[in-house]
Ligand binder design. Structure first.
Ligand SMILES: *[C@@H]1O[C@H](CO)[C@@H](O)[C@H](O)[C@H]1NC(C)=O
Length: 319
């Protein structure tokens, strides 16, 4: 009898402990799910990047059989395949659209200047659209740290991504290509926020490139970009210090929210040889700020951007 009671007590205790444990685990999971989701979603982009790497490697391996089909540039088929993957992702996840694509020339060179989000996914989608629908590749300039990441080399080879100097960039344009540069670069990516301020410091390289190659500059801006992926805003001083030392973008990124993304292509700023690089930089910055002013509700809000995904909110009232 005593034995029975003690075993019942033990049983009850075990059940209680199990129950509490289970409950606690459930509670913990419930608490952490949003956190896990927001920090894991950026991984989808990494996954897509590696899917692209895979496609490119397969393609490179089989290029001998494909070469006769694409005699000028054997990458063309691979690029279109990869572009199709990204275009599909942009369409499904963000309802991605471009307005003003007609401002991108069909067969003349131009320098495209863009605002840099925490992750420049808008540029991946935009380049894909250009490859698929305009049959034009957009060369890009990327930060040097990217070239140290495994898999990046083949992407840069196929998609013509370069760690550009003024001379190299200018030559690409002189060969009648499109080239995209973000003057704010990785700095703007990490330290920009929902206020969408340009963080170009004193960078003039892009203006020197445009003047040297005698090409027009086209500003582009993607609405809600900062709401798709965000860089954490706490500990800014520490991140800045670490970035200055390492030159490696270490600010944590979260997000991947399926907000509406729409890239607005501005009117080309024609080449004018009597402008200095400083004057051109100011002109381009103004044009880009006008695009932001016109199309972005400031400060950006993730909720609003999510609503825009399914329901077209009225455009921001002008002052
Ligand atoms: C070129 O820039 C100069 C200096 O700002 C200006 O006076 C001139 O009107 C511009 N030319 C054109 C064609 O816009």
């Amino acid at each position: 009898m005593l034995l029975q009671i003690s075993s019942i007590v033990t049983y009850a205790k075990n059940v209680t402990v199990d129950y509490i444990d289970l409950d606690f685990t459930l509670w913990l999971t419930w608490m952490l799910t949003p956190l896990i989701i927001t920090f894991l979603l950026p991984l989808i982009i990494v996954l897509l990047l590696y899917l692209s790497v895979l496609i490119l490697y397969i393609y490179k391996l089989h290029r001998h059989r494909l070469r006769h089909a694409y005699e000028t540039d054997f990458w063309d088929g691979a690029r279109k395949t990869v572009a199709a993957v990204w275009d599909a992702h942009g369409w499904i996840w963000h309802g991605y659209e471009v307005s003003g694509m007609e401002n991108i020339p069909d067969d003349t060179p131009a320098l495209i200047v863009y605002y840099h989000g925490a992750i420049p996914i808008d540029l991946y989608y935009f380049i894909s659209k250009s490859i698929l629908f305009k049959n034009r590749l957009i060369h890009t300039v990327a930060d040097r740290f990217l070239f140290k990441i495994p898999g990046w080399l083949i992407i840069s080879e196929a998609m013509k991504v370069i760690p550009g100097t003024v001379q190299i960039c200018s030559n690409i344009l002189k060969q009648n290509n499109l080239l995209a540069i973000s003057p704010g670069g990785v700095y703007e990516a990490q330290f920009g926020d929902a206020y969408y301020r340009l963080m170009w410091k004193k960078r003039l390289g892009f203006a020197k490139v445009a003047l040297d190659a005698k090409v027009p500059v086209i500003p582009i801006f993607t609405q809600n970009l900062r709401e798709a992926f965000c860089s954490v805003s706490f500990g800014r001083r520490l991140w800045l210090k670490l970035y200055t030392i390492t030159r490696f973008p270490i600010v944590p990124i979260y997000g991947g929210f399926p907000v509406k993304l729409r890239t607005h292509v501005g009117k080309p700023i024609p080449y004018n040889g009597s402008l200095t690089p400083e004057q051109l930089q100011i002109k381009v910055a103004q044009a880009l700020e006008e695009l932001i002013e016109e199309h972005q509700r400031i400060p950006g809000s993730i909720m609003r951007a999510l609503v825009e995904r399914v329901y077209a909110l009225p455009k921001k009232k002008s002052k």
